[in-house]
Design a protein around this ligand. Structure first.
Ligand code: SAM
Ligand code: SF4
Ligand code: SF4
Length: 355
């Protein structure tokens, strides 16, 4: 829960740093920037194909923030204490000239960590240029090693071989950190756990198992499909003993473990069974420039309109501060209550604001 002694102490220390805080004293430290809402996959848990016309009307390219606008907003966010940037989507590698944006973000003083989350389908083409442009970290989503199931889970679009090829290229390029995001659904791909563990154990990419979440409005989420982290840790530990690792930093979303035989690390993101809202330092902007204070928010605040109307940095900064300082979001801690109330009417889609 939110007010543990350790969390409070850490927060008080962080207040001294250059950052703004929400109503629970959580600093704004990370910014996730969605650069496009379109995707070449239709993952069943994010953008199921058959729901397409009911739930989505994709943005037109002139609705997207331009790179200049993204850079301008990023600088304002950095001025408010953000140090980590993650590019996401939709599928971010579908955004034309993304490499150019990576280079421009890299050049911003104060951006300590620049990451990208991708489905990996276009990674083999872009990985070398992304590395050269200064991307620090890459996260690839991969839910199974079973090629047929992989294809099914992404709406019969993606090819497992291409994604694995992209990951191998990133390993060869020696990206400082490569993570593999695995979303598990009971009865769908939970039998893939040990195949994934065996494939990546001892190699550079770090697996992170993510509990299936009730993001958006169209994935027909049900708690019965969630594989609780506790079960997963027990399963993996039964094959390869694990040891818990201490968090490296405040706001870390994954509980990290290491293999006792020294063959690397593995992480678990348990936003359903062990919510971590108390340390959530992440703000998000959608491709059309709306700011969201939570992955499960209903609506965002438009930053693009003031930007295009000529607002000064100080005005944009005030707008962002106003959103963050009023922030009360802690959806995952209140999931059951919110889901049974009328507040649960509408949420932003995951592909609009990324993970
Ligand atoms: N298209 C890119 C990709 O798939 O990596 C980036 C955007 S995607 C929305 C970001 C992350 O959200 C992915 O790792 C994906 O697996 C995860 N995700 C999508 N829907 C999810 C859900 N219902 N529960 C948990 N994670 C989800
Ligand atoms: Fe596309 Fe990523 Fe959503 Fe899958 S999870 S549909 S790859 S945005
Ligand atoms: Fe952060 Fe919202 Fe997720 Fe809680 S539910 S961790 S506040 S994004």
């Amino acid at each position: 829960m939110i007010d543990t002694g350790i969390v409070t102490l850490t927060l008080i220390k962080m207040q001294k740093a250059n950052s703004i805080h929400d109503t629970f004293l959580r600093p704004l430290k990370d910014l996730r920037i969605s650069v496009i809402d379109r995707c070449n996959f239709r993952c069943t848990y994010c953008m199921p194909d058959k729901e397409d016309s009911r739930h989505y009307s994709f943005l037109k390219s002139n609705d997207w923030l331009t790179f200049e606008e993204v850079i301008r907003l990023t600088k304002v966010f950095v001025g408010l204490g953000v140090t980590k940037i993650r590019l996401t989507g939709g599928e971010p590698l579908l955004r034309p000239n993304l490499v150019e944006l990576v280079g421009k973000l890299r050049a911003i003083e104060g951006v300590k960590d620049l990451a990208l989350t991708t489905n990996g389908s276009l990674l083999s083409r872009y990985a070398p240029d992304l590395k050269d442009a200064g991307l620090d970290r890459i996260t690839v989503s991969l839910d199974t090693m079973d090629a047929r199931l992989f294809h099914q889970m992404n709406g019969n679009k993606g090819d497992l071989k291409k994604v694995l090829e992209g990951i191998h290229i990133c390993e060869e390029l020696d990206f400082p950190l490569i993570k593999i995001n695995v979303v598990l659904q009971k009865g769908v791909n939970d039998h893939s756990v040990m195949d994934l563990v065996r494939y990546f154990k001892g190699r550079k990419p770090v697996l992170r198992f993510i509990e299936y979440m009730d993001v958006g409005n169209c994935n027909h989420w049900d708690l019965r499909y969630v594989v609780p982290t506790r079960e997963l840790v027990d399963l993996i530990n039964g094959h390869f003993p694990l040891r818990p690792l201490a968090a490296k930093e405040f706001g870390e979303v994954a509980a990290r473990y290491e293999f006792a035989d020294g063959s690397g690390e593995i992480g678990f993101i348990s936003s359903v069974t062990q919510p971590f809202c108390g340390t959530c330092t992440r703000g998000r902007i959608s491709a059309e420039g709306r700011m969201y204070a939570c992955l499960f928010a209903g609506d965002g605040v438009d930053l693009r309109a003031p930007l295009r109307a000529g607002a000064a940095d100080v005005e944009l900064s005030a707008l962002i501060q106003n959103v963050w300082q009023k922030r009360t979001d802690r959806y995952s801690e209140l999931r059951t209550k919110i889901r049974s109330s009328p507040e649960h009417a509408h949420k932003v889609e995951m592909f609009q604001i990324g993970g």
